[in-house]
Design a protein around this ligand. Structure first.
Ligand SMILES: [Cu+2]
Length: 335
């Protein structure tokens, strides 16, 4: 029988010496251990209504042979993806094509590497055996990029892990803070006195030395709208990146195509909700991508959706893409 107090002091002392020698060995030969770096993917407010679409931080300097572990921290999905130079970008459902499995992989610039779409609590580790500057992207969100500078071990690294931890915390705070005043912005260029308007999402894209980081607000800014029978509500998407829908009734499997709508002369889509049993769906709202050299010019996107309510009642709706993050609203129609 061994009791707690029967461990001899000499044994504890020997253990102490052993640990000291081990620590000394680590300090004396730092180049033996391949460094293990940490970064975060995504961040969110407590309500989930603000999502930082960002690698935190989005720029790292490491040595060849080092690993980077990216830990995901949002309910919104993201990928960690390194494409070959010049590779055509594929849909996030497709991957590179294909996804790296089992939580780890290696990237040397010649073969694309992508995680599947991952969420809060999951992580993925990538080894970089070859020197170079490698762009990091999320396949789900266009304006979410970063870079990993992989240097030869003979070159000094500018920062330690502490620096990156501080930078990640700073970037997270800056993206999720209220500094933008986004929720207080108004559609001043569009002021029909007869129109009841709701902002359907807003966001902000920013850039730094590592690439692009984006904040999206996955909320209807006036989630409960009170109107009178016969009136029309108009929703406008103000987000430069995220697409949203206004969906009454059944959520369609494919959110892209509108359901039970007609097109107004200015291009906005329009539905009529007579009763809570009606299915009316905007399809995805958002500005068209910008014209780019050597690519065909896209037509204007559908940014506005109107619904007319002939009858009194309460009509809940949801964004079919971000409902899981709490992007929901209600129209109360008084007689
Ligand atoms: Cu949405």
């Amino acid at each position: 029988m061994t009791a707690f107090n029967s461990v001899p002091l000499s044994r504890i002392f020997r253990l102490g010496i052993f640990i000291s020698m081990f620590v000394l060995a680590l300090l004396s030969f730092p180049e033996i251990a391949q460094a293990q770096w940490q970064a975060t993917v995504g961040a969110q407010s407590e309500s989930l209504g603000r999502q930082a679409l960002a690698f935190l931080p989005n720029e790292l300097w490491i040595h060849t042979g080092d690993n980077v572990t990216w830990t995901f921290d949002s309910d919104e999905i993201h990928t960690v993806t390194f494409q070959r130079a010049g590779q055509i970008r594929l849909a996030f459902q497709v991957g590179c094509p294909g996804f790296a499995a089992d939580g780890s992989g290696s990237f040397n610039g010649t073969t694309c590497l992508s995680t599947p779409p991952l969420t809060k609590g999951q992580s993925f580790t990538i080894t970089f055996p070859t020197a170079g500057n490698f762009k990091l992207v999320c396949l789900v969100h266009a304006n979410m990029t970063g870079v990993v500078h992989v240097l030869d071990p003979s070159q000094p690294l500018p920062h330690q892990q502490d620096f990156y931890d501080d930078q990640a915390a700073e970037q997270r705070k800056s993206l999720l803070s209220d500094d933008y005043g986004l929720e207080h912005r108004h559609d001043s260029g569009h002021d029909h006195s007869a129109m009841n308007t709701v902002m359907a999402g807003i966001g902000e894209v920013s850039a730094n030395g590592g690439g692009f980081q984006t904040l999206i607000v996955t909320r209807f800014m006036e989630p409960t709208k009170v109107i009178h029978a016969g009136e029309t509500v108009e929703w406008t998407n103000f987000d430069p990146l995220a697409r949203h829908t206004i969906t009454f009734g059944v959520q369609p499997v494919n959110p892209v195509a509108p359901v039970n709508t007609t097109r107004d002369t200015d291009g906005a889509l329009h539905g009529i909700v007579n009763s809570a049993a009606d299915n009316v769906h905007s399809g995805v709202l958002g500005a068209a991508p910008q014209d780019q050299v050597s690519l065909p010019a896209p037509p204007p996107g559908v940014t506005r959706f109107r619904v007319t309510f002939p009858n009194p009642g309460e009509f809940p709706y949801i964004c079919a893409i971000h409902g899981g993050l709490g992007m929901k609203g209600k129209v109360i129609v008084l007689p």
